[in-house]
Design a protein around this ligand. Structure first.
Ligand SMILES: [Zn+2]
Ligand SMILES: [Zn+2]
Length: 239
């Protein structure tokens, strides 16, 4: 396929060395080695299993309180070499970095996920206020460039988000839970299309999983048969 990346030299989004691809070969190799694909992870929430959980396929939390989503595939841990690149995209607004992040995903994970039978892919939305502030939705900027087959409908406007002033990181767990329950809704005309479909929800970072769980609940309430999370960076349990 024709690729601009091959015509022009560019800085690797990870080490910033000038070369001819969005992520240099050395960084792709390093990332490939540290990718979560190499570790035993919970099939449902994607977190690395602890030594005690290794016998099961799910972590203790998912066994005690199974989430609404069915599986999570996460590229790398939050503290991996991709963290800085994601911050460059989100906070320094270097939107070109999204191409490199999608490239890393496509090289490392796409062929491994090609057997999944998926119908629809959605990014985790930002509220209209946040979207105006940032100018773009980082999850959509990455998700729209991810290879997942031409038959899959990618719908950036089907799932919408209300704006809440409470900063998620500062709120208590109970308050966060209450806020999150009223946070997302489906755009009216899209609501019927989820029935009996398998949906991918793409997020840039998964922390507690509460946001993705609430999205999965709404999609399942609207008839989705399976909801699978695709996540760029997964935070891990504190040791
Ligand atoms: Zn590099
Ligand atoms: Zn889990």
């Amino acid at each position: 396929m024709f690729s601009l990346a091959k015509l022009l030299p560019s800085a690797c989004i990870i080490c910033e060395a000038f070369q001819d691809d969005l992520v240099c070969l050395a960084c792709l190799k390093k990332l490939s080695n540290e990718a979560l694909w190499n570790y035993e992870c919970c099939t449902q929430c994607g977190i690395c299993l602890t030594a005690n959980e290794l016998q099961a396929v799910d972590c203790d939390d998912c066994q005690i309180e199974p989430p609404h989503f069915d599986a999570s595939y996460c590229l790398a841990s939050y503290d991996s070499s991709l963290q800085k690149a994601l911050h460059d995209l989100k906070y320094a607004k270097r939107t070109s970095v999204a191409h490199g992040l999608a490239r890393a995903w496509n090289v490392i994970l796409s062929s491994r996920l090609s057997d999944l039978e998926i119908d629809i892919a959605l990014p985790v939305p930002l509220s209209q206020t946040k979207l105006c502030e940032r100018g773009f939705n980082q999850s959509w900027e990455i998700a729209k460039r991810i290879d997942c087959g031409n038959h899959i409908e990618k719908l950036p406007r089907a799932l919408l988000r209300h704006h809440h002033h409470q900063h998620q990181a500062l709120a208590s767990k109970v308050m966060r839970y209450q806020t999150i329950q009223e946070m997302f809704y489906l755009e009216h005309r899209y609501a019927p299309i989820f029935k009996d479909r398998t949906i991918i929800v793409f997020d840039d970072v998964m922390t507690s999983g509460a946001t993705l769980n609430e999205i999965a609940r709404i999609l399942k309430d609207n008839g989705a048969s399976r909801v699978i999370n695709w996540v760029l960076l997964r935070t891990q349990q504190p040791q």
